[in-house]
Design a protein around this ligand. Structure first.
Ligand code: ADP
Ligand code: MG
Length: 652
């Protein structure tokens, strides 16, 4: 094709119509118009496949209008659309394009509108009818509409009509129109059922397929993850770990949620910032500036605060809370895929939000694919790749010359291969982010992905985790707990050394707590949580909350008994007091956990009296030793403890 711009006049449209187009401000035909108009003017059937907003209405309305004979009675063109809104829009478009055709009549007919008015307009004589399939069928059945003189029929948004269950009605209508008619079928997608309709009812159609133009939404790959409530944080940390992220914008619903989530991520070692309407302009600009110049990779925002945000390096948008409406969704995901780049949008969808997901899909006419929880292997694989790359990038660095001789010296001193020294260093560096997937080093399985859990057999065969001698670290990401040790997910202001003999806030052993099956050596304590089935909680919620908030792997969460008003759960002994205090404040919806060891729970007896469970004696203190890791097993904060992202350093 030549570079010269095609004009509407080149397409063979009559002068009156060109005038109307000029008045509307249309300068040049869109690609679908350039292809469809000559074909329809030439009397051919067509199949037009193009995304929404590509100008399909004019693509069929202009040529079909040009072929209308104003003197002939009865409707000459019928357009079927999936919704009444579209019927009205298309009818209005016809009216506008027919500006230079005096006496031209178009009528939209759709359900929900009084039949009488439509009848009146139909009787008055119309050239074009635009309607929804159901109402068109009604009129045909009542013989208030005759299509005997129909010369052209358009199926607009055929895939949408299929999706809405109108396809049989559409076929019925097709069968009740003259076989001599010209047919145009438009659809954003071409499912098999639509192809079948085309095959049956169109005559040697010209196929016109316009590649999706790269508009904001189209440049964004959209995925969703069915995860709700308390599991979302866990899902998010997995995403942060495995996705190829440059910068990520996370949307939540409220101002407080921006701060809360930022706190939780910081507690897990991610540098991030909140962006909300409570911040003044200068603060907001500073955060955005940091995001732009790569000082910051994670921003948690409200819709209002992120309005119009234009930072091309945002590679991911995470809809942590589902948006209120479709426009909100489109705006949010439009924050990525900017400046000709591609973007990723991930939507967290709770089971009760699935309807909203479908509504978004319908409105944006883009499928949103289900995301699979990253497997432990994927996470480990990515860590290994990042580790390799980071090391490789440092090999050429002048600064390592000194260390090279140091390593040689150490190898000689210890009479080991230098590789062994390298291995020790690698271990030190990666201790916090273990590179191998095994029972002692893997990140916690997602509650929503039970299939990813190693099976019991496998777990039992695993070697015990090496005991740790190092001084306790400040914190570690809760996404990677590494044993039944207690590590508070509560943000610590100060390093808090925990000697094995540190005073315990909680009883070590409740003799009624069942030992943990796979870890008989782990002593368990039974706790009570003031959230039960009456609050809508399920064991999954409880496990998720404890896993997320306490930073413990779900496999170290023991027996759970749920009652109407409360739940009991067995957890490894030695929970630090600060963590217990935090767990008291954790909420399931509006309901506070008020978690407490059963032994000190004053509500215990009352609950026992009301018969909802058997009475229990208070937990006696025990002298039995705590679990070997006790409360001291905090992994060290490696060099990357306050890491921003798990991305390879080379990307920065
Ligand atoms: P589609 O049916 O493909 O979703 P529409 O026919 O509704 O798209 O057109 C989308 C918008 O583009 C409308 O506002 C329409 O007026 C405008 N439009 C269509 N063709 C042109 C053109 N050639 N030049 C300028 N605007 C156009
Ligand atoms: Mg359209």
């Amino acid at each position: 094709m030549s570079d010269s711009v095609i004009s509407f006049a080149d397409l063979g449209l009559p002068p009156t119509m060109l005038k109307a187009l000029e008045a509307l401000g249309y300068e040049t035909p869109s690609p679908i118009q350039a292809a469809a108009i000559p074909a329809l003017l030439g009397g051919h059937d067509i199949i037009g496949q193009a995304q929404t907003g590509t100008g399909k209405t004019a693509a069929f309305a202009l040529p079909l209008l040009a072929r209308i004979d104003p003197q002939r009675p009865g409707p000459q063109v019928l357009v079927l659309t999936p919704t009444r809104e579209l019927a009205i829009q298309v009818a209005e478009a016809f009216q506008r394009y027919a500006h230079g055709m005096p006496g031209f009549h178009v009528v939209p007919i759709y359900g929900g509108q009084a039949m009488g008015q439509q009848l009146h307009q139909l009787r008055r004589g119309v050239h074009v009818v635009v309607g929804t399939p159901g109402r068109v069928m009604d009129h045909l059945n009542r013989e208030t509409l005759s299509l005997a003189n129909l010369s052209a029929l358009v199926l607009d948004e055929a895939d949408e009509m299929l999706r809405m269950g109108f396809i049989d009605d559409v076929q019925w209508i097709l069968e009740h129109t003259p076989a001599t008619r010209q047919t145009a079928l438009f659809s954003a997608t071409m499912p098999e059922a639509i192809r079948a309709v085309a095959q049956r009812h169109l005559k040697q159609p010209r196929e016109i397929k316009i590649k999706a133009k790269t508009s904001t939404v189209e440049a964004v790959r959209q995925r969703y993850w069915q995860v709700g409530g308390l599991h979302k944080l866990d899902a998010l940390t997995r995403i942060l770990e495995v996705e190829e992220i440059d910068a990520v914008l996370i949307f939540v619903r409220t101002k407080t949620a921006t701060v809360e989530l930022a706190d939780k991520l910081e507690a897990r070692g991610y540098a991030c910032a909140a962006l909300n309407g409570d911040m003044n302009q200068a603060q907001r600009e500073k955060t955005i500036e940091q995001l732009k110049n790569e000082e910051l990779d994670i921003v948690i925002a409200t819709d209002v605060a992120a309005r119009g945000l234009d930072v091309p390096r945002i590679s991911h948008v995470v809809n942590y809370d589902i948006p209120h409406d479709i426009e909100g969704y489109v705006h949010r995901i439009g924050r990525t895929g900017r400046a000709g780049r591609t973007g990723e949008a991930i939507l967290f969808v709770a089971p009760r939000e699935v309807r909203m997901l479908r509504a978004i899909e319908r409105a944006t006419r883009q499928p949103i694919e289900q995301m699979r929880a990253p497997t432990l292997h994927a996470i480990a694989g990515r860590r290994v790749a990042q580790f390799r790359q980071a090391v490789a990038e440092h090999l050429a660095h002048d600064d390592i010359d000194y260390f090279e001789s140091l390593v040689r010296e150490m190898a000689e001193e210890n009479d080991v291969d230098p590789a062994r020294i390298g291995a020790a260093l690698a271990y030190m560096v990666q201790r916090e982010r273990p590179l191998r997937v095994d029972g002692s080093t893997a990140p916690p399985p997602m509650p929503d992905a039970p299939a990813e859990r190693p099976d019991r057999q496998e777990r039992q065969e695993r070697p015990a985790r090496p005991a740790r001698q190092e001084p306790p670290p400040r914190q570690r990401p809760a996404a990677m707990p590494s044993g039944p040790s207690w590590s508070s997910a509560v943000e610590q202001s100060e390093p808090e050394p925990r000697a094995p003999a540190a005073p315990r806030a909680t009883p070590d052993i409740d003799p009624r707590a069942t030992p943990l099956k796979d870890h008989p050596d782990v002593t368990m304590v039974r706790y009570r949580i003031d959230v039960g089935t009456a609050h809508g909680a399920t064991p999954k919620h409880i496990v998720g909350a404890i896993a997320n908030e306490a930073g413990i792997e779900s496999r170290f969460i023991g027996r759970i008994d749920m009652f109407d008003e409360f739940t009991t759960v067995d957890l490894p002994s030695g929970m630090p007091n600060d963590l217990l205090q935090h767990m008291k404040k954790v909420r399931f919806g509006k309901f506070r956990f008020n978690m407490a060891p059963l032994g000190d729970d004053p509500g215990n007896d009352a609950a026992a009296r009301d018969g909802s469970r058997p009475p229990r004696p208070r937990a006696p203190r025990s002298d039995a030793p705590a679990h070997r890791d006790g409360p001291g097993g905090r992994p060290p904060a490696g060099p990357g403890a306050r890491r921003s992202f798990s991305k390879p350093p080379g990307k920065r």
